[in-house]
Ligand binder design. Structure first.
Ligand SMILES: Nc1ncnc2c1ncn2[C@@H]1O[C@H](COP(=O)(O)OP(=O)(O)OP(=O)(O)O)[C@@H](O)[C@H]1O
Ligand SMILES: [Mg+2]
Length: 233
């Protein structure tokens, strides 16, 4: 995937397992968000192709099969939480009772208070906004969930509790999840498979144990150690 002179991704061969959680991790600019945009079809690869099992050629249908939380959440500031979550269901003219049922389910799932649904994004805490973004991505009950740093910019306590909640949600829903993070501990906690990238290339993919015990190159150890030394402060 190139943008003019910029190579965002070198030739990349990556298989993402269905029904599991795959975490993309690596330094800023290594191509994590680009991979999500390619999966959902917002970008067409300059060369090669992206194949989604069970997905046809229809881009609109393909997108509806996927829930996507963009980096920074992407909530519309002029819509309240309820309107943000129900954006797609309304677009598809679902009936009001069904939408309200779904809204209640989603609030329970993400531990979001129903009273806060009337609030606008500026009136919500960071953690609440993240929950609204997640509810919006889940509104149509998609098979595939793409999450771009869904817990970025949260304080460590809220982050830890949302990590536990996400893990529970992923386990309960059994969906195919592709999530981006900068945090190896978060990746280790949530991922069935970790994909470590560097400057547009996949360096290694596998479980944390595999990355730690059979590193493909010294960079893998360096990346894990750099994060570990921070934790030991
Ligand atoms: N539309 C675009 N036009 C030009 N360059 C782009 C475009 N989108 C991404 N890039 C470049 O492609 C590379 C990969 O970007 P990408 O957004 O995938 O990084 P990332 O791994 O998500 O980084 P971060 O952790 O900072 O979010 C970067 O060098 C970026 O500047
Ligand atoms: Mg990004």
């Amino acid at each position: 995937m190139t943008f003019g002179e910029v190579v965002a991704l070198y030739p990349t061969d990556l298989q993402i397992p269905a029904g599991k959680t795959t975490v993309l991790i690596g330094p800023s600019g290594c191509g994590k968000s680009t991979i999500l945009r390619l999966i959902i079809g917002l970008l067409q690869p300059t060369n090669g192709h992206v194949h989604v099992a069970g997905g046809g050629d229809n881009l609109v249908a393909l997108r509806r099969q996927m829930g996507y939380v963009i980096q920074d959440g992407g909530l519309f500031p002029h819509l309240n939480a309820r309107e943000n979550v129900l954006l797609m269901p309304r677009q598809l003219k679902q009936d009001e009772a069904a939408m309200n049922r779904r809204l209640t389910e989603l609030c329970n799932l993400t531990h979001f208070s129903m009273e806060a649904l009337e609030r606008y994004p500026v009136e919500l805490s960071g953690g609440q906004r993240q929950r609204v973004s997640l509810m919006r991505a889940l509104a149509l009950d998609p098979d595939i969930l793409l999450l771009d740093e869904p817990l970025g910019a949260l304080d460590p306590m809220v982050r830890a509790s949302l990590q536990r909640e996400l893990k529970e949600i992923f386990a309960n829903l059994g969906k195919t999840v592709v999530m981006v993070t900068h945090d190896m501990a978060e990746a280790a906690f949530l991922a069935d498979m970790i994909v470590l990238l560097r400057a547009g290339e996949v360096v290694q993919s596998g479980s944390l144990d595999e990355l730690r015990d059979q590193p493909a190159e010294p960079y893998v150890n360096e990346f894990i150690d750099a994060q570990r030394s921070l934790v030991q402060l």
